[in-house]
Write a protein that binds this ligand. Structure first.
Ligand code: ATP
Ligand code: MP5
Length: 280
């Protein structure tokens, strides 16, 4: 019987570990902490990773993924769940069975396929499992443009294509879709599009020149999960999360020699120098 004696909402991330601390489970738990929710985790795979790339992947056996999920969900009142790197088709099936068995709600799916350096984080044959089995249980799915192309075949080359992408993703069964336009060539704005089958809501912020963008997708989806756990509706959760990720990118941390991590703790730090001065 899941119980809680605190007002602090419990949030769960089911994802891969990033030893470099910028993406994956580590980004998710930092984001939860910054949102004042209680973070819990199910680790699906370990990566040996830093700001230069992914140097190794070690998957967790499916029965131990189930053991972690059952341990958390049988004891705690999980208010929102986020999924990230799920590695293989077997592990996607395992996670969806767990979500269904425990009746988890507010499920935010970040359909992670590859790292910013192009390292595979999902086996190619698992794409169909994500599409057919995971997306139908999603409250909201948050694909980047590469993931949209892999899952739907729709190629987005400009903001005008975002609505076509949102419609194609919605047809796969999630309640809401947030298409992330971070990889668009627009130099002025970072435009995302939220869609529930009726409402198309554009969420845009000024584009930062910072190159510290490792973990942007993980951080955005975790922030949405934290906001849903606090009781926000999906449009509010997405808008507030967008403001958080924009601040985290703009502040940057300049850690490591490659694509640096975003600054999860930015709300506690002074405003950095102008964006142009930040660009490396
Ligand atoms: N340079 C930038 N300035 C401001 N916002 C950005 C920038 N780059 C990305 N974003 C925003 O960050 C969020 C994540 O988008 P992005 O497209 O980078 O996701 P992603 O590729 O899935 O991330 P990841 O590679 O970490 O999984 C979106 O809200 C996007 O608009
Ligand atoms: C464990 C894990 N999960 C997700 C990402 C995606 O993040 P990014 O695309 O910023 O490298 C990653 N690199 N590692």
């Amino acid at each position: 019987m899941a119980t809680t004696s605190s007002d602090l909402p419990v949030v769960l991330t089911i994802a891969g570990s990033d030893s470099g601390g910028g993406a994956g489970i580590q980004a998710d738990l930092k984001t939860f902490q910054e949102h004042d929710v209680f973070g819990t985790s199910v680790i699906v795979a370990l990566t040996a990773q830093n700001t230069l790339g992914v140097h190794g992947v070690h998957e967790v056996p499916a029965d131990f993924v189930t053991a972690q999920l059952d341990a958390v969900a049988s004891d705690m009142d999980v208010r929102a769940t986020k999924t990230g790197m799920l590695a293989t088709s077997e592990l996607v099936h395992t996670v969806v069975k767990g979500i269904r068995r425990h009746g988890l709600t507010n499920v935010v799916v970040d359909p992670v396929a590859a790292s910013k350096h192009g390292d595979a984080l999902l086996a190619p044959e698992a794409l169909a499992t994500v599409r057919d089995v995971l997306l139908p249980v999603a409250t909201i799915v948050t694909p980047n443009l590469g993931e949209v192309a892999l899952l739907t075949g729709v190629e987005v080359t400009g903001t005008d294509d975002l609505d076509k992408a949102a419609e194609a993703m919605k047809a796969l069964g999630p309640q809401w879709v947030l298409i992330k336009g971070g990889h668009l060539p627009d130099n002025l704005e970072a435009v995302d599009l939220l869609f529930d089958g009726e409402r198309m809501i554009e969420i845009a912020t000024a584009r930062s020149a910072s190159t510290d963008t490792h973990g942007t997708g993980c951080t955005l989806s975790s922030a949405i999960a934290a906001n849903l756990a606090k009781g926000m509706d999906v449009p509010s959760a997405a808008q507030v999360a967008k403001d958080y990720i924009t601040g985290a990118i703009t502040h940057g941390l300049r850690i490591g020699a490659g694509i640096g991590p975003v600054d999860h703790g930015w709300p506690r730090r002074p405003v950095p120098p102008t964006d142009d001065a930040q660009a490396r």
